[in-house]
Design a protein around this ligand. Structure first.
Ligand code: NAD
Length: 448
């Protein structure tokens, strides 16, 4: 690793160990720029490429190219000061052919129906490539949850759950956490649905606390899956994890566990970021200590002994492996030419636009796509749902062993297909997934 951080300041330094660090940094595009690309169009473009490759029947293509159901809800929430505020939320089911639908719920001020539709479609392909018996769904509420008190957050969650209860249920559609939602929100949704049913309905959501039917290993599952895929990709590329430096954009559920578990696999995590900033150390970060720093201060920025960077720099960091683990549309046509990593593991959903994908492919950069790289979360959600339905719970080693098995199957099927067809890994993964959903569609037939 002879590469260095290039351009310069303004450089803000923190901590007393700065003099031990290499005083070079990269400064380029700010990461928080608004998403200019329509995620739904991008999702359809990715699907079209797979449909073309598979020479999919026109009728089936038309069916899989749209979402089956989309619900928009506008609902009131009583705020702590007694006022009533209106919120808009969505629940979208992309495809119900292979089973009930599955997908997280996102709270974010920039959630749009287009974004939720794209996320729902990606869930369909993810479940299919992982061989899970689900279709794809997603939900979202347009809200900045940081501006809500805990009581307001609970009332919003319960009311949103009641509004989308016409769609969700253990046999129909099973939500899970996504950006800015956690096991706490899942417990409230489970309770809201259970109160209306008159009995406990744990299987209506996954990612719950263990006390109400959550699964061992669910919290870490997305990151654990990323770490498995990192190891498998390195095997295929003939790389030793101990020689690999890593940058992780986004330090929430997916990012922290990916960083921690990749570090345990021997990878050197050199840079991480969140909305508060980005930090870097050539020597590698003590991930557990960064997690503790974030727990105390709310951000990774200012971690002692590191260089603070402008947020966008992390995508262009001089590392071997880049793990985008924040939001979609981060690697675009504008910055793809400056990405220095030669392997990208998409822990986030949709972080790379199709235009950027073409640039990365031309540059020989391997991208393990979201539908494979972050499938660990939905895989252990599937295990949680199965455990809830049978009221029989497994130990964590069992969960992790099964997770490894599913991730390996999804990765290998995608890699082998991409090699066989001579296409990038994303297209290989899509070919596997779309083929499976198309086959299920053909086997079921078109009703009536
Ligand atoms: P989270 O809310 O726990 O964390 C998101 C993190 O991203 C936060 O640290 C936030 O500060 C950071 N972030 C947001 N915008 C950023 C930016 N512009 N630059 C740098 N950091 C930024 O969310 P999460 O559950 O970790 O989800 C992250 C991504 O992973 C999303 O795309 C989500 O859909 C995907 N994902 C999550 C799961 C899961 O199980 N949680 C599963 C599969 C995929």
């Amino acid at each position: 690793m002879a590469r260095r951080w290039t351009a310069l300041p303004p450089l803000r330094t923190t901590g007393s160990r700065l003099d031990l660090e290499v005083s070079t940094v990269a400064v380029t595009t700010p990461v928080t720029e608004p998403a200019v690309e329509d995620p739904w169009r991008n999702a359809q473009r990715q699907f079209d490429a797979a449909a073309d490759l598979l020479e999919l029947d026109t009728g089936v293509r038309g069916f899989l190219r749209e979402v089956q159901r989309q619900l928009i809800v506008n609902f009131p929430v009583r705020m702590d000061d007694g006022s009533i505020r209106m919120f808009e939320g969505y629940r979208v089911q992309h495809n119900l052919t292979r089973g009930p639908t599955k997908g997280g719920i996102r709270y974010h001020s920039q959630v749009t129906l287009s974004e939720v539709k794209a996320l729902a479609m990606w869930m369909t392909w993810k479940c299919a490539v992982a061989g899970l018996p689900f279709g794809g769904a997603k939900g979202g509420v347009v809200v900045d949850p940081k501006r809500l008190s805990m009581a307001e957050r609970e009332r919003l969650t319960r009311r949103y759950a009641a509004e989308i209860s016409v769609l969700i249920g253990p046999e129909r559609d099973i939500p899970a956490p996504d950006v800015n939602t956690t096991s706490r929100e899942m417990a409230w949704i489970m309770d809201t649905v259970s109160m209306s049913a008159g009995y406990s309905v744990p299987a209506v959501v996954t990612g719950k606390p263990l006390s109400v039917g959550g699964s061992q290993g669910r919290n870490a599952a997305t990151g654990r899956g990323v770490a498995v895929v990192a190891r498998l990709a390195c095997q295929r590329l003939g790389r030793d994890p101990a020689d690999q430096t890593v940058a992780v954009q986004g330090f929430g559920n997916a990012g922290t566990f990916a960083a921690r578990l990749m570090a345990e696999e021997g990878f050197r995590i050199c840079a991480v970021s969140d909305t508060g900033g980005a930090i870097h150390s050539d020597h590698g970060l003590d991930v557990a200590a960064v997690i503790e720093h974030k727990r105390r201060t709310g951000t990774v920025a200012g971690f002692p002994g590191t260089l603070d960077l402008a947020g966008g720099d992390i995508l262009e960091a001089p590392v071997d492996i880049l793990v985008p683990a924040a939001l979609e549309n981060q690697i675009t046509a504008r910055n793809a030419g400056r990405v220095q990593a030669s392997l990208i593991l998409e822990a986030a959903n949709g972080p790379t636009t199709p235009d950027a994908d073409e640039i990365l492919a031309r540059r020989g950069i391997t991208v393990v796509p979201d539908i494979v790289a972050n499938a660990g979360g939905v895989t252990v959600s599937y295990f949680e749902w199965v455990q809830d339905l049978q009221s029989f719970f497994w130990e964590e080693p069992e969960i992790n062993r099964r997770l490894e098995h599913v991730m390996t199957g999804a990765f290998q099927a995608s890699w082998d297909t991409s090699v066989r067809l001579g296409v990038p890994l994303r297209l290989g993964a899509y070919a596997v997934a779309v083929q499976r959903v198309a086959e299920a569609t053909a086997d079921r037939g078109i009703y009536p």
